[in-house]
Design a protein around this ligand. Structure first.
Ligand code: CTP
Length: 414
């Protein structure tokens, strides 16, 4: 393992390591070991040719994860979509001339090349091949094409090659690959310096010690936002109502039950936050009186419980803001955009995320969601159905673009 003095470690990062069929494939074993030791979770994908040089078992043992080798192996897992979709970076080391050609033209005839087309994260490619191959104009053209598209293609090292030739073609050093990975990840830390307060999940308003009023919120959207903000360098406080989810590591989680407890927790952390994202589904009403003992049936055929409104946490905090950006959600079942615009204006928000919770394929409890983001300055962004984790990143990108990089807070939605 190479002793890399990392400016950041790879803790919490999900990486895909693609290995192609070059004799340098054995060096990918050391690279994997270093990435794992730096704290990354690494999923390895090998081409069939790579498996001729090193067995998948070696990578499997060192990564602690199944190695993906075949596009058709397990359609249920959909590794070609799932792995690059969740990764913070894809590294291909070693990359053969054949792989560079496929990547350059978008050919997707095996697992790794298909994964590459699904990657929306930084891609780092470390080529290794014979000197004459690397110097060939076709290979050079492919490298230029990939670089122009934003792929980080490292230059191979000069030195003795397997053919006996001394030329440029050796796999870049492990240190330079780690360095490139870290640089690519730092450029993703666009929320560094922000202190983000996120609320998530439902609230529970007690009727008596064993019963409560609540709603169908699972907390998935708020948790995904907290995780995405953490991954992008923010300091995150997650105030969460009851949820079966585990708070993302590295995030300060505060558990609450009622709207009143949620209000207290958020009020405490709001003054020192720079952004509030209110994804919680706060109960609007609570029993006026919560019985001290379990309510008994006692032969009653009906029961009337008197309810009172809970405080509107978002509207209250928005009034108290100094320089915070305030983002709300609007859970709607009809007239989604017009209701969301009313809430945006009524609660004095910078942005509102309009969510049609009546959709069968999104909303409460679902792993996916589709939303429309409306800003106080009149911008509108439609985000089609996608996994909540990816949506969380899109939401953060929009908040950053509209409110943090170029704040325009004067006008209101027409
Ligand atoms: N919200 C809040 N406090 C409440 C109710 C809602 O802070 N007591 C927040 C939610 O977290 C969300 C936004 O206000 O970010 C809109 O919530 P939503 O339930 O869509 O709307 P309501 O304001 O409750 O209005 P209605 O139930 O009439 O749609």
């Amino acid at each position: 393992m190479v002793e890399a003095q990392s400016p950041i470690n790879l803790w919490g990062k999900r990486l895909v390591l693609g290995v192609t069929g070059s004799i340098a494939a054995y060096k990918a074993v050391g690279l994997l070991r270093s990435l794992v030791c730096e704290g990354a979770t690494v999923s390895v994908a090998m081409t069939q040719a790579a498996t001729k040089f090193v067995t998948p078992l070696t990578f499997e043992v060192l990564s602690g994860r199944r190695v993906a080798t075949d596009l058709f192996e397990s359609r249920e897992e959909m590794a070609h979509l799932a792995l690059p979709g969740q990764a913070h970076a894809v590294i291909v080391a070693p990359a053969t001339a054949n792989f560079l050609a496929k990547a350059a033209i978008g050919l997707a005839d095996d697992l790794l090349s298909t994964m590459l087309l699904n990657a929306r994260c930084p891609v780092i490619v470390a080529p290794a091949m014979d000197g004459d191959m690397w110097a060939h104009p076709t290979v050079m053209q492919h490298v230029q094409l990939l670089r122009a598209r934003g792929v980080v293609v490292l230059d191979p090292e000069v030195g003795p090659l397997a053919s006996g030739q001394v030329a440029q073609g050796r796999l870049p050093t492990e240190l330079s690959i780690l360095d490139a990975v870290q640089k690519a990840l730092i450029s993703q830390l666009d929320w560094r310096g922000q202190r983000v307060l996120v609320s998530a999940g439902p609230t529970q308003e007690p009727i008596d010690p064993v019963r409560f009023i609540s709603n169908r919120s699972s907390g998935k959207m708020g948790y995904a936002i907290a995780e995405a903000a953490r991954d992008r360098g923010a300091e995150v406080i997650l105030v969460t109502g009851p949820s079966s989810l585990t708070p993302p590591s590295g995030v300060t989680a505060v558990s609450v039950n009622t709207a009143s407890e949620m209000s207290d927790a958020l009020s405490r952390h709001f003054p020192s936050s720079t952004v509030l994202i209110m994804a919680a589904a706060v109960a609007d009403f609570r029993p006026k009186v919560s019985a001290g003992q379990k309510l008994k049936k006692q032969g009653k055929s009906e029961l009337v419980i008197e309810l009172e409104a809970t405080p509107d946490i978002l509207a209250t905090l928005s009034l108290r803001r100094t320089s915070q950006i305030v983002v709300g959600f609007a859970a709607e079942t009809e007239h989604v955009l017009s209701h969301a615009k009313d809430k945006l204006r009524g609660k004095g928000l910078d942005l509102i995320i309009a969510n049609d919770v009546s959709r069968a394929d999104g909303g409460f409890g679902s792993d996916d969601n589709a939303v429309v983001i409306l800003s106080a300055t009149g911008e509108q962004k439609v985000l089609e159905l996608m996994p909540k984790r990816r949506l969380a990143d899109e939401i953060l990108t929009t908040v950053r673009e509209l409110c943090l990089v170029s704040p325009r807070r004067e006008s209101l939605v027409e």
